[in-house]
Design a protein around this ligand. Structure first.
Ligand code: AMP
Length: 192
């Protein structure tokens, strides 16, 4: 199972990706997590990505594609993966196709979680508040201003990806506004 999860920040890609990862026994690969780990480790990738991430922008395609290419080579990803937060641009999608094609593989499907933007802002604000309530620091990019910027960035860059994958007949749109369990059921039904 080689899946891509598409959807704006807070749409539930992480939650649903985690469930699909357990169901199909393949790793969930989040480029946001990879980049945050790189920032924490103060690696060259992290140093290059930090200011862009804090400002709610998109890290350069070359950097992100490099991270994913390296991760897909690891043994646990040989039988499949759930990609969360990647690709975010058509250039990244083209690179992913090339990467898979070089191994005679292709994506199984692309799940797009459709959600209302105002609800999303509330969800992401809640995620930051939950972190504070649990004594953790919220993500540095979960501020209302940055959330709106990330939404705008999503709209600008990522919405065209729906068309890209629709044209490849791989796109499965899913209503992401329902209860978490219902969304999982809908995804699994669509995949079967
Ligand atoms: P996320 O956890 O997916 O919301 O990602 C957090 C941040 O990491 C984003 O706001 C971007 O700055 C950066 N990022 C994650 N994935 C990508 C990607 N595929 N392309 C460019 N930037 C990314």
């Amino acid at each position: 199972m080689r899946l891509v999860m598409l959807g704006p920040p807070g749409a539930g890609k992480g939650t649903q990706g985690q469930r699909l990862s357990e169901r199909f026994n393949v790793p969930q690969l989040s480029t946001g997590d990879m980049l945050r780990a790189a920032v924490k480790a103060e690696s060259p990738v992290g140093i290059a990505a930090k200011s862009v991430m804090d400002a709610g922008g998109l890290v350069g395609d070359d950097i992100v594609v490099g991270c994913v290419a390296e991760r897909l080579q690891q043994s646990d990803a040989v039988d499949g993966f759930i990609l969360d937060g990647f690709p975010r641009t058509v250039a990244q999608a083209v690179s992913l196709d090339k990467l898979l094609l070089s191994r005679r593989l292709c994506l199984t499907a692309v799940i797009e979680l459709l959600v209302d933007e105002e609800l999303l802002v509330k969800r992401v604000e809640q995620r930051a508040q939950d972190a504070l309530n649990n004594g953790q620091s919220p993500r540095s990019d979960d501020t209302p201003e940055t959330i709106r910027k990330r939404m705008a960035s999503y709209r600008e860059n990522t919405v065209v990806l729906s068309n890209f994958y629709h044209n490849q007949n791989r796109l499965i749109p899913i209503n992401g506004m329902g209860a978490v369990d219902q969304v999982t059921v809908d995804i699994l039904e669509a995949l079967s």
